[in-house]
Design a protein around this ligand. Structure first.
Ligand code: SF4
Ligand code: FES
Length: 200
């Protein structure tokens, strides 16, 4: 595997070709915040909280570190005024959906984000897709998926699959950065209990 040399926050890094900027940063102990990233899952790039500045051939752009591949001579800045401003905005937007999320509260503290900056949407799901992707990619079950589009997008357990598979799994629960998943599962459980035809 060929090696790629890049610079992250002033440190020279030798990364493997195909690695993402996030992975390269992790190899030297630089922490970039993430919400929708999981080592066992395919890169997704949904939440954008891992945005960093990347400079190549004299041009600087904002890239999503968990999906952006390392490049020879790339210069990455994981904290800058611009990066922090964008992360703050993203955190504020996500907090309009999930103001009680501990992960978001912690990030808000670090980036000086105001949880009341945007009008609240009572969905609690930040659409990180961790539950959906984990169930599909790792468990190969797809017991939970997204329904609707745009602002109405929400997660939904498929009762027929959930009745058989979820009760002794729940591996997705700790992945959820909000309370949306547990609430959706609770709703599905009541549905299953109220409708005896669902086989368990
Ligand atoms: S329910 Fe939780 S884990 Fe699933 S997409 Fe929403 S925030 Fe992410
Ligand atoms: S962690 Fe990179 S986009 Fe969510």
């Amino acid at each position: 595997m060929s090696k790629i040399s890049l610079n992250i926050d002033g440190i020279e890094v030798e990364a493997n070709e195909g690695m993402t900027v996030l992975e390269a940063a992790q190899t030297i102990g630089i922490k970039i915040p993430t919400l929708c990233h999981h080592e066992q899952l395919e890169p997704y790039g949904g939440c954008r909280v891992c945005t960093v500045e990347a400079e190549a051939k004299g041009r600087t752009k904002l890239v999503v570190a968990c999906v952006y591949p390392v490049e020879e001579d790339l210069v990455v800045r994981t904290r800058s005024e611009k990066v922090d401003r964008i992360r703050k905005m993203i955190i504020q937007l996500l907090m309009s959906r999930a103001p009680e999320s501990e992960q978001l509260i912690e990030l808000a503290r670090e980036y000086g984000a105001d949880k009341d900056r945007f009008e609240k949407e009572a969905s609690f799901c930040i659409h990180c897709g961790l539950c959906v992707r984990y169930c599909a990619e790792v468990k190969k079950l797809s017991a939970v998926g997204f329904i609707n589009r745009g602002a109405k997008r929400e997660i939904n357990f498929i009762p027929e699959i959930a009745a058989k598979e979820c009760w002794d799994c729940k591996e997705c629960f700790p992945l959820c950065p909000t309370s949306a998943l547990q609430a959706a599962y609770g709703f599905t459980e009541s549905l299953i209990a109220a409708s005896p035809p669902y086989e368990t």
